[in-house]
Design a protein around this ligand. Structure first.
Ligand code: ATP
Length: 245
């Protein structure tokens, strides 16, 4: 069905269409539709725009990625169809690696997603070779790439499950999560939680990274140190409560 641009919920409906198409062509699992619906509800509550506190988290995330030794952007089906183009751009600006890493892993879906991300211009996409395992997660939820997530010092993930986020934290990694639900386990476990839509978050981070890549190390370290995830999440919840009033 053609959605008219004048429709008040045009952007949101287009996103929904992309996820539905993702299911039809085998890149997104049915559970991805449910996860998207949960995200939509929270997006409604934050006003469907990047908030001041999301932007602070995005700036902090970029500082972490730029100063990391082996930063990895973890991609799943929803993330790929919603923000693939911007993720490829962000990886090019920052030099971060891209890994397709799936909760519901099948070799066919990993292959399809890797091909899709390459078709968007990525030179290299990790994930097809699952030659390492995240400790504490039963097979195949724990499969990852040795060169990518397993050896990463900083992992940026989106729409992630709380168990896997906790397992990555236990490995000693700095975890950055994009999650519209400020109450999820992922949001509360990550070092930096970006409560924003995954597409908006990556678009903002591309612009920030272009600006920040010339910042000195001291400045970037200061940005990282001045961030308090718990406080930031509390502020976001306060803003949501205000909207109810
Ligand atoms: P947890 O295990 O961390 O408590 P959960 O069980 O809610 O989380 P899922 O349903 O797997 O985990 O996670 C999907 C998460 O992604 C949800 O918290 C949802 O709000 C969020 N989400 C969905 N769509 C988007 C989107 N477009 N941008 C950012 N986050 C999103």
């Amino acid at each position: 069905m053609e959605i008219p641009k004048s429709h008040p919920r045009y952007k949101s409906l287009m996103k929904r269409e992309r996820v539905v198409k993702g299911v039809e062509n085998g890149m997104v699992v049915l559970e991805g539709l449910i996860a998207h619906g949960r995200g939509e509800a929270f997006d409604y509550l934050i006003g469907e725009k990047t908030t001041k506190h999301a932007l602070i988290a995005e700036k902090t995330a970029v500082a972490h990625i730029i100063t990391a030794k082996n930063p990895v952007l973890s991609i799943n089906g929803n993330t790929a169809v919603l923000a693939g183009k911007h993720i490829v751009e962000f990886a090019k600006i920052t030099g971060a690696k891209i890994e397709v890493n799936l909760f519901y892993r099948t070799e066919a879906r990993v292959k399809k997603l890797c091909e899709f991300i390459r078709s968007l211009g990525a030179e290299r996409v990790l994930g097809e070779v699952g030659n390492a395992h995240i400790p504490g997660l039963e097979h195949p939820r724990g499969i990852c790439s040795m060169e990518g997530i397993y050896r990463a010092d900083v992992v940026l993930l989106a729409l992630e499950d709380g168990d896997r986020t906790e397992a990555l934290k236990k490995m000693g990694k700095t975890v950055i999560a994009i999650d519209l639900n400020p109450l999820s386990r992922t949001a509360r476990t990550a070092d930096v939680t970006i409560v924003d839509d995954v597409e908006r978050a990556y678009m903002n981070m591309c612009a920030l990274a272009m600006k920040m890549k010339v910042y000195g190390t001291k400045h970037l370290e200061e940005i990282k140190e001045s961030f308090d995830n718990e406080n930031n999440l509390r502020e976001i919840l306060r803003q949501i409560c205000k909207r109810f009033e």
